[in-house]
Design a binder for this molecule. Structure first.
Ligand code: EPU
Length: 302
């Protein structure tokens, strides 16, 4: 979508928002799938209420992009503009056992930065790609760790109130790949409380998780991580594997040979290819095991 409203275009400069016209979402997502639209890069959090108020007032649909690592976006000219937070430096400040982290900070770098200051707990999250904000919204987890366990406060743009608020942990809930945030809330910053641990111990934990991940996941291929959530008591990856679907493909969208719950873009896969693959696999699992697999990947499709 091309942003044409002259009032909004004029206001962007005052708000410190950079417009990237015709930005490719394929270039901004780990699956390398997605069409084009105007991208609004927000440099100051405080500009969000005004910017979103203007977009809403002018009837311009928008979506918010984090790191793009858990996202499947439709092809072609997209029917909404995309907002993204610009990366700030510094994006992390430590205060005793607390880490104040900007939502646009890289999750892996956050884990290693905290490790260097003897703050651990998040070792399992080391290979999870994307931003801290994205991890927060999904309650990202791996190897027994979930980011939600360490969250004490979240600063966010609350779409329902159209303003920036700080929520304490007692107002938040984090479950398996699910949080109490509304779909249109935008994460801005988080305060984490992390256990003290010697650096060497944390690094050893990180090394073990990295090794496990490297041996079981297709890290050098384009993917959005796991496509489906694990149903209670079962493993989506194991079921898809048992059905012999590793390597099963629609166009260049392919079930990974390494981990069956990772679907990779093996070349020039389109969103239509990937959606078709997802539906066919879901149907096969439903037929064989009776589980209705829920998407773990976020869909930006109509
Ligand atoms: N398995 C197979 N074949 C496969 C894949 C897995 O038989 O192709 C078996 C494994 O041998 C194992 C079981 O299934 O016995 C579980 O596999 P794994 O340990 O790889 O974990 P997972 O449940 O498939 C979850 C998360 C991952 C996270 C890993 C490690 C979900 C949907 N997935 O995968 O998160 O990295 O545990 O903790 O919860 C993601 O969220 O995108 C993601 C990749």
């Amino acid at each position: 979508m091309k942003l044409t409203d002259p009032n909004i275009l004029t206001a962007l400069t005052d708000l410190g928002v950079e417009r990237i016209a015709g930005a490719s979402l394929a270039e901004r997502t780990s699956l390398s799938i997605g069409g084009t639209t105007d991208l609004l890069l927000v440099r100051r959090h405080s500009a969000l209420p005004d910017l979103i108020g203007r977009l809403r007032g002018a009837g311009v649909p928008y979506k918010f992009l984090g790191g793009g690592t858990n996202l499947l976006v439709e092809d072609g000219e997209l029917p909404w503009v995309v907002l993204q937070l610009a990366h700030q430096e510094p994006d992390l400040r430590l205060e005793g056992s607390f880490a104040h982290v900007d939502a646009a900070a890289d999750l892996g770098r956050t884990v290693t930065f905290c490790a260097k200051h003897d703050l651990g707990g998040m070792e399992g999250l080391i290979g999870v790609p994307g931003t801290v904000g994205g991890a927060l919204r999904m309650n990202a987890g791996a190897y027994g760790t979930q980011i939600g366990s360490y969250v004490r406060e979240v600063e966010l743009y609350r779409a329902a109130d159209a303003r920036i608020e700080t929520l304490h942990e007692n107002k938040l809930s984090f479950e398996y790949r699910h949080t109490s945030f509304a779909p249109d809330d935008i994460m801005l910053a988080v305060k984490l409380e992390l256990p003290s641990k010697p650096y060497r111990e944390i690094i050893e934990g990180i090394r073990i998780c990295n090794e496990k991940r490297r041996s079981s996941q297709p890290l050098n291929q384009k993917s959005a991580g796991c496509i489906f959530k694990n149903p209670p008591g079962a493993s989506a990856g194991r079921m898809i594997d048992e059905l012999g679907l590793k390597g099963f493909a629609v166009g260049d969208a392919r079930v990974s040979d390494r981990h069956a719950n990772f679907f990779v873009n093996a070349g020039h896969a389109t969103c239509v290819d990937m959606l078709s693959l997802i539906e066919q696999v879901r149907q096969r699992v439903r037929g064989a095991y009776g589980f209705e697999l829920e998407n773990e990947v976020i869909l930006w499709t109509q």
